[in-house]
Design a protein around this ligand. Structure first.
Ligand SMILES: Nc1ncnc2c1ncn2[C@@H]1O[C@H](COP(=O)(O)OP(=O)(O)O)[C@@H](O)[C@H]1O
Ligand SMILES: N[C@@H](CC(=O)OP(=O)(O)O)C(=O)O
Length: 435
């Protein structure tokens, strides 16, 4: 079995879906294709959920936008009106419409997951119908019937044993050679939807690769492979041809958003090779992530995380921030489900960074204020450099106002004020782009 994963950009319009059909048309082996929601529709679903939660009047308009986006895609894809498909899509929208007229009956995160799942259900329904229509016979799999997870909504953990049994029964290569299924979602203990965390479809593909003992996995992106920096922020980037698992896990952990951080572990456990390839230039070799050592000479890698919020806590009365304090702070961090991007502590302070988009910042700060002096600073960026040299660091930090820095043998992290207007000139092989 081979596993392919296509993200939101690769299914963004009719042309993009036709392009995918060419890529899968080249495969003569059993293939499972994991597909994300069409470009930006998960963001739109988040707006719908927020509008529903805050009882805003525009919820129905937003839902109508989402519907039009999908109907336009269908009309662009099919030459003849596909009645069966339209009925399926109408049914999915009727379910969503029924949800937004009722108040939340359970926790925000639970309700979020029930709604967010429709993005992938819609996209895969359309992609599967189109492939069948053009003769690429496939089986649409509702991944909720296969992947069991716990009830940690929005960041659910897979239950590996029961999922393995189901996956092996459903994705039987002899039953069907092409399977189309959803990334990002799974089933909770009662069979309702849960999600694996934003951008989690890469992880779904890796889970299936592991459960089905796949021969290889390919994630198809709009870049030539993993580059030594995000091309949205830097020009003159270089493609990395080969990355060992242990390095890939570090890069994604520090925020190289081309691969979801949880993707590597299941693949590494069974030594399944992962290719990151371009759906625009599918014949190009891409990046291979596999076991082995880092190729020499080491190339510096740059990772930028924008829109960071620094939260600084200080004890009253100059007393130490000790183990009890850290225990208290981390309990709150755990309670709010905070993803920490950076931490540092001194004798009387503890600071940490979270993404600006984290919705419970205010609640967390209010709870911290019960015990500490708390300050918040917005609009910061975290710059991580792997395999740095003194010259690289001097150049990358030159036009930034650095607030905090941390270094170990391989990695330097800088927390800086938002990007300055002056781009870095000739920074090693890179140039930072103007925002
Ligand atoms: N080191 C990197 N190498 C390549 N792309 C990167 C890197 N860091 C960030 N990116 C960004 O990742 C994007 C592709 O990932 P993503 O948008 O998550 O794809 P998808 O939604 O299709 O899964 C690229 O367009 C690029 O802007
Ligand atoms: N649709 C989900 C899951 C995902 O992985 O999407 P993408 O592959 O487009 O990053 C999200 O946007 O979070």
């Amino acid at each position: 079995m081979i596993i392919y994963k296509f993200g939101g950009v690769s299914v963004k319009d009719a042309e993009a879906i036709k392009n995918i059909s060419k890529i899968i048309g080249e495969v003569n082996e059993p293939l499972t294709v994991v597909v994300s929601a069409i470009d930006n529709s998960t963001n739109l679903l988040e707006e719908i959920i927020d509008a529903h939660y805050s009882e805003k009047a525009n919820v129905k308009l937003l839902l109508e936008d989402l519907k039009q986006k999908h109907l336009t895609l269908i009309l662009d894809l099919f030459d003849k009106f596909p009645k069966n498909l339209l009925t399926k899509i109408q049914n999915l929208f009727s379910e969503m419409e029924a949800r937004v007229v009722k108040p939340f009956s359970q926790s925000f995160n639970y309700e979020y997951d029930q709604m967010i799942a429709y993005g992938e259900l819609l996209s895969t329904t359309i992609v599967s119908a189109y492939f069948n229509h053009i003769g690429q016979k496939n089986m649409w799999v509702d991944i909720r019937t296969c992947l069991d997870a716990d009830d940690k909504y929005r960041d659910a953990n897979i239950i590996w044993d029961s999922s393995e049994e189901k996956a092996k029964n459903i994705f039987k290569p002899d039953a069907n050679h092409l399977f189309i299924t959803q990334g990002f979602i799974a089933s909770d203990s009662k069979g309702n939807a849960c999600s694996l965390g934003r951008e989690g479809s890469d992880y779904t593909a890796a889970i299936l690769a592991y459960l089905l003992d796949a021969e290889k996995m390919i994630i198809w992106k709009d870049v030539l492979g993993v580059l030594n920096a995000d091309p949205d922020y830097f020009s003159n980037t270089t493609k990395l041809d080969l990355i060992p698992y242990h390095e890939a896990i570090e890069l994604s952990y520090y925020g190289a958003s081309v691969i979801h951080p949880k993707t590597i572990k299941p693949l590494q456990a069974k030594e399944i090779p992962l290719w990151v390839k371009s759906f625009i230039k599918p014949k190009e070799e891409g990046t291979l992530i596999t076991k082995g050592d880092l190729p020499q000479p080491l190339l510096p890698n740059f990772i930028v995380k924008k829109q960071q919020v620094l939260i600084s806590i200080k004890s009253h009365n100059f007393s130490f921030i000790g183990e009890n304090d850290l225990f208290f702070v981390f309990s709150l961090i755990n309670k709010y489900g905070v993803k920490l991007n950076f931490t540092q502590n001194t004798a009387v302070s503890f600071v940490f960074c979270v993404n600006h988009s984290f919705r419970f910042i205010e609640g967390l700060i209010d709870d911290l204020k019960l015990k500490y002096d708390v300050e918040r600073e917005d609009g910061l960026e975290l710059i991580t450099v792997r395999h740095y040299s003194p010259d690289t660091l001097a150049e990358i930090t030159e036009n930034h106002q650095i607030l905090i820095e941390q270094k170990n043998k391989n990695t330097a992290i800088f927390l800086s004020q938002g990007t300055q207007e002056i781009p870095l000139e000739d920074c090693c092989c890179l140039q930072e782009k103007r925002q």
